[in-house]
Ligand binder design. Structure first.
Ligand code: PEP
Ligand code: MN
Length: 337
């Protein structure tokens, strides 16, 4: 539920209401607005005699939250959240572009890729150190060495870094290196992992599960928020359908639906949606036109020799051209790159 404080309620009154709610077993989140303050209270409402709250000084009324996701929904927080990734804002007027290889392969290659994607307008570098591969015999990533490489490339280029964490046992280590955690599609409903990153104070890029509904996706985000971390960026990366011409089917409508239901920013990964570099541009431009807050694109110096996801990776020159086109689309919808 949401406790709406009256205009002019004092800080002491707000604190008293929060204290009372905590005593009653609720988790509280106060949102200080310019005119009014609201307190989100998550817990078992059945145990509450609402009178005990509505009668407190400074309380205007109580509004129930109808949706099953509370903290990440618009009911509690109507204004959009802007996530700050080491100074790079996701969810503001400027689009945030994340680019880089599927996996970190070597320091030289990552450095060269990073310099190139930065020149083209990317501000965050991606690169998997722990790779969730369909086959246990495929390249599993350079793991800790990959994180070291990412950190040294950040040092040299100033790009922020995002990398996937696959397991609760690795959260502490990955936390020491990255600016943003990535939770992959296959782990979207790994609730212990979601809680573990929820206990850090790093932004989290939460990919949509391969067959997850939007509600399941938002409930996954709720796990992270409920553990204390509301710096979450949703990532639409295509879902499983009967179509086999593309690796996944991009759900462009998810952008509009998420914008209505949640205050969290949403970015689109055209690479994993397409599975083929030829379709990446069309999806990327469509996503920006539809209101996405950014993109995450796989870029590789020599896609045929990539250790993972070569067929869907753009060469740096192609990425450069795409960024120019994305800039024009962004302008047309009132955003900048
Ligand atoms: C990736 O980003 O390289 C990746 C594995 O993505 P997803 O989890 O969306 O499949
Ligand atoms: Mn990949």
């Amino acid at each position: 539920m949401i406790v709406v404080m009256s205009q002019g309620a004092t800080k002491a009154q707000i604190n008293d209401v929060e204290k009372k709610l905590v005593q009653l077993g609720f988790k509280t989140h106060a949102i200080y607005g310019q005119v009014k303050t609201v307190i989100g209270a998550i817990g078992d409402k059945r145990l509450l005699n609402t009178e005990s709250i509505t009668s407190m000084p400074g309380v205007e009324r109580i509004v129930p939250i109808m949706k099953p996701y509370k903290l990440v929904g618009r009911e509690l927080k109507p204004t959009p959240t802007v996530v700050d990734v080491g100074g790079v804002k996701i969810g503001g007027p400027e689009l945030a572009v994340i680019a880089g290889p599927c996996a970190v392969e070597s320091e030289e290659a990552l450095m060269e890729t990073a310099v190139k994607v930065k020149e083209s307008g990317a501000r965050i570098l991606r690169g998997g150190a722990f790779k969730p591969r369909t086959s246990p015999y495929s390249f599993q990533g350079l793991q800790k060495d990959g994180l070291e490489i990412l950190a040294s490339v950040r040092e040299a280029t100033g790009l922020k870094i995002v990398s996937e964490v696959l397991d609760t046992r690795d959260v502490e280590t990955v936390d020491r290196y990255v600016d943003m955690f990535q939770i992959g599609a296959r782990n979207m409903q790994n609730y212990r992992l979601l809680q573990e990153v929820g206990m850090t104070n790093k932004p989290v890029l939460l990919k949509r599960g391969l067959a997850a509904t939007i509600e399941e996706w938002l409930m996954a985000a709720e796990y992270i928020a409920a553990t204390g971390n509301s710096q979450i960026v949703l990532c639409e990366r295509g879902i499983r359908t009967y179509e086999t011409a593309t690796r996944n089917t991009i759900d462009i409508s998810a952008i509009a639906v998420i914008k209505e239901l949640s205050h969290l920013p949403i970015v689109v990964d055209p690479s994993h949606a397409a599975g083929n570099w030829k379709y990446v541009g069309a999806i990327a431009k469509g996503a920006v036109a539809a209101g996405a807050d950014g993109l995450i694109v796989e870029v590789h110096l020599d896609p045929p020799s990539a250790l993972s996801d070569g067929p869907q990776s753009l060469r740096p020159e192609k990425f450069h051209q795409l960024m120019k086109e994305v800039g024009l689309v962004a302008q047309a919808v009132g955003r900048s790159l």
